[in-house]
Ligand binder design. Sequence first.
Ligand SMILES: [Zn+2]
Length: 116
Amino acid sequence: MTAREKFNRTRHRIGYVSLVGSLVAITAVTIIMANNAMNALPFFALGMLIAFIGFAYGMCFGYRCPHCDYSCHAMCVFSGKQMFRVNPHFQFCPFCGTDIDMEVSVTDEAGTASSV
Ligand SMILES: [Zn+2]
């Protein structure tokens, strides 16, 4: 797996979590505005919390370079218009200079190492 694939996978996950949180919040606002039902307010807060947690996780832990472990979130999130993939012009880690398309050995969530 390359660093770019790892960043894209993280971007997918965070994008979907933020999308679900935003949809819950928008649905709650719609219910509140249509029915003046303020009891949907906790669902708005829950949706915003889900979206924020997804975004904050990505900023803190999601876009770490597999070579130097510094966060490349600025290049992965703020440098492109694509919602679910990293900017294709992002080629090298700004901290260690490693090509992000180079194959690396990564450890997945189960703790098994793979070097593909
Ligand atoms: Zn690096």
